[in-house]
Design a protein around this ligand. Structure first.
Ligand code: MG
Length: 247
């Protein structure tokens, strides 16, 4: 995987979100992540109630709790990352799925590049991709750079623009994108990304961490109508985007 500028390349790009897209939300990673983030807020001196409110508020408002923390509190993003994402026992929580690897292997590389687009920081993203055995099938990774003051994240348009720049892609109509967060999809559509799919896993309603999923599925007030395609498994992409897969 590389984050350096690649040579100009006319192939289309398929961008995969990582968390709760490449693995099932039933892994409870978002719940475990949420508990750690909550504790981090409490460590900053907030009551449990304030911590819950602020966590949800920042997540809703910025797409990422940390984005609010760096804006409104004096928080070191790298310390946050170590305490939250960095301490997750991911190896015990997600498993390699051969059918997902096969899906990636079946993408026609003469026509498509494959990139990951995540709101996590690089170590977490790379860990997940390694556990899922997808790291060798990803051409590039765009992540939130926690070392930068005021880093950007989905669904801010600047994040998508940065992603295209890093991939040296100039035509948004040739961007394919799948994400479990509806606001992230809406933002991509607003930027003219041509082929966006909202990943809506089935049967998650009763799960812990449901609050975050609820936020992920909701739209910005006043968001424009768009008839975005939904899939309930990534395998459905084979029929939604048949042009992407080897015949
Ligand atoms: Mg996600």
């Amino acid at each position: 995987m590389t984050r350096q500028l690649t040579q100009h390349d006319d192939r289309a790009i398929v961008w995969f979100d990582i968390d709760n897209t490449l693995y099932s939300a039933s892994s409870n990673i978002s719940h475990a992540m949420g508990t750690r983030i909550h504790n981090y807020f409490v460590k900053l001196g907030l009551s449990h109630e304030e911590a819950s409110d602020l966590h949800m508020k920042y997540y809703t408002q910025y797409g990422l709790a940390l984005r609010g923390l760096t804006r409104h509190h004096d928080v070191d993003p790298l310390d946050f990352d170590r305490c939250c994402d960095g301490s997750l026992p991911l190896e015990d929580m997600i498993k390699y799925d051969p059918s997902l690897r096969q899906l990636f292997e079946d993408i026609d590389r003469s026509k498509f590049r494959v990139w990951a687009l995540t709101n996590a920081y690089r170590p977490h993203a790379e860990r997940v991709l390694r556990i899922l055995k997808l790291d060798d099938l990803i051409d590039g990774l765009v992540y939130c750079d926690y070392t930068m003051q005021n880093f950007v994240c989905k669904p801010e348009p600047e994040f998508y623009e940065m992603a295209m720049k890093q991939a040296n892609a100039s035509d948004p109509s040739k961007c394919y994108f799948v994400d479990d967060n509806r606001k992230n999809i809406d933002a991509a559509i607003d930027l003219g990304w041509g082929h966006c799919v909202h990943f809506c896993e089935k049967g998650l309603e009763a799960m812990e961490g449901g609050k975050i999923k609820e936020i992920d599925e909701s739209r910005e007030p006043g968001a424009k109508e768009n008839d975005v395609q939904r899939v309930t498994t990534l395998q459905e992409l084979r029929s939604v985007w048949p042009e992407m897969f080897k015949q």
